[in-house]
Design a protein around this ligand. Structure first.
Ligand code: GDP
Length: 456
């Protein structure tokens, strides 16, 4: 990493908007801004906004009147001198200004490079930097709230006592290593082993929150299947009407007209309505069926819709046996009709499969359906409470720390030499440190920051 050059990027999203912000960070920020403003000794008061004329460095032509703010090192986001230009949100204009700054000697920032500098300058730790990215990418308010908590340092604060406890276990082992003649007395081994067990429990407890945290971040794919006319589209629309999420894409999903993201208590659920699972010779319908089969195999949860106002047809039964191996629940629709019978259905459906009675028409039972969807993925009762691990990297490191601690505890209890016990303890310490970045290798850092947006 080169921290000595001055980097520039547009920090607002691509496209037209009310304002567009350009960020310039590095030791030459003031000098380059001064050239752009044609004010050689530009040194404005820090943290104060002023309206300035930006000029093309070659021709002197006026490019823009922008609000310019100077954040003086080290009291800036990156810890370096930072200048922010708030311009009119025209992509063409923003490019012109960035181009002018590049010609003056700035370098185009890599994705996440401002944040990387903030990390290098100790303005935040790695898990906080990752939380900034997660906040930007959050799809639900619950996910945004988790990211905000981690950005505020809650995860690092949670890890700190783990590291302290670990050091308290390491120190007596190290000193016993120095006095070779004295083996650790049994009471001491027991005491250390009990402390290790406590620590392992805490690490595992935090790691276990990842299941819920991942759902919060990546969401769940639920797919409506069933023969035509059972009411799939009606259910799809009824759920959508109440729960449509603001952002409508989830990673790794191809969205077509029949997929939308809904927000179930903070968990983004990609709901897909299929074209109808039916054998057909018709080419176009076959494509639909192909897509449907793919949607089925992609889904985390299948919602098998049947018309509860009639007995199950052979087609319904066939579908139910086809999905038997996949996570699914049965949605008995049209419970508003007099001929609806849950009893009749329950006689046919295999034990253990959940059946929910709903009416897309009246909305009855939809709340039960939402709850059943959340239950199916073991979403916590209230996913908004408590700190959740949302990052797979953090989860992986906690698991590794836990495994190393367990290996050390086993060695300790077998009265193995302190040297051997210490290996796993130091590994665990390193893994914990990698979460917050103290011990993260450079290539891992580069990889993490490549997933950031440019200008962040
Ligand atoms: P799809 O082919 O499975 O998507 O089924 P649709 O959603 O198109 O619904 C088929 C028919 O059933 C339509 O005429 C709907 O108005 C009707 N329908 C859907 N849901 C209900 C319901 O809950 N109650 C009643 N009475 N009719 C429904």
């Amino acid at each position: 990493m080169q921290a000595s050059d001055t980097i520039v990027a547009v920090s607002t999203p691509p496209g037209r908007g009310g304002i567009g912000i350009i960020r310039l960070s590095g030791p030459q920020a003031l000098e380059l801004a001064g050239k752009l403003l044609r004010r050689p000794n530009f040194e404005p008061e820090p943290n104060r906004v002023s309206l300035r004329v930006l000029r093309d460095p070659g021709t002197g032509e006026e490019l823009e009147r922008a609000l310019v703010t100077y954040f003086q090192a080290p009291r800036s986001f990156t810890g370096e001198d930072v200048i922010e230009f708030s311009c009119h949100g025209s992509p063409v204009l923003l490019l012109q200004i960035v181009d002018a700054l590049l010609r003056l000697g700035a370098r185009a920032a890599e994705p996440g490079e401002f944040t990387l500098r903030a990390l290098a300058n100790g303005k935040l730790n790695l898990s906080q930097a990752e939380a900034i990215r997660d906040l930007i990418e959050a799809r639900t308010t619950a996910a945004a709230r988790q990211a905000a908590r981690q950005m505020g340092g809650e995860l690092s604060a949670r890890l700190q006592p783990f590291k302290e406890t670990l050091l308290e276990i390491i120190v007596p082992l190290e000193s016993s290593l120095e006095f070779v003649e004295d083996d650790l007395p049994n009471v001491e081994i027991e005491r250390l082993s009990a402390r290790l067990s406590d620590l392992i429990r805490m690490v595992d407890e935090l790691a276990a929150t990842f299941r819920a945290g991942r759902l919060l971040k990546d969401g769940l794919k639920a797919t409506l299947v069933g023969r035509p006319n059972v009411g799939k589209s009606s259910i799809f629309n009824a759920l959508l009407k109440q729960d449509r999420a603001i952002v409508t894409d989830l990673p790794g999903t191809t969205r077509d007209a029949l997929s939308e993201v809904i927000n179930l208590e903070g968990i983004p659920v990609l709901l897909t309505d299929t074209a109808g699972v039916r054998e057909s010779a018709d080419a176009i319908e076959r494509i639909g069926i192909e897509r449907t089969r793919r949607a089925i195999s992609d889904a985390d949860l299948l919602l098998v819709v049947v018309d509860g106002s009639e007995p199950l047809t052979a087609e319904d039964q066939e579908l139910i046996s086809e999905v038997a191996e996949s996570p699914h629940l049965i949605v008995a629709n049209k419970c508003d009709l007099g001929s609806f019978s849950l009893q009749r259905l329950l006689q046919v459906v295999t034990d253990g499969v959940e059946v929910i009675a709903v009416s897309a028409r009246t909305g009855q039972g939809l709340e039960d359906l939402r709850k059943a969807v959340l239950r199916s993925c073991s979403a916590p009762e209230n996913s908004i409470e408590g700190l959740l691990l949302t990052n797979a990297r953090h989860y992986d490191l906690l698991r590794r720390a836990s495994d190393s601690l367990k290996a050390s505890r086993k060695l300790l209890e077998e009265s193995a030499s302190e040297e051997l016990v210490l290996v796993g303890l130091y590994d665990a310490l390193r893994y914990l440190g990698q979460i917050t970045g103290e011990t993260t290798p450079e290539d891992v850092l580069t990889q993490i920051f490549s997933t950031f947006c440019i200008g962040k």
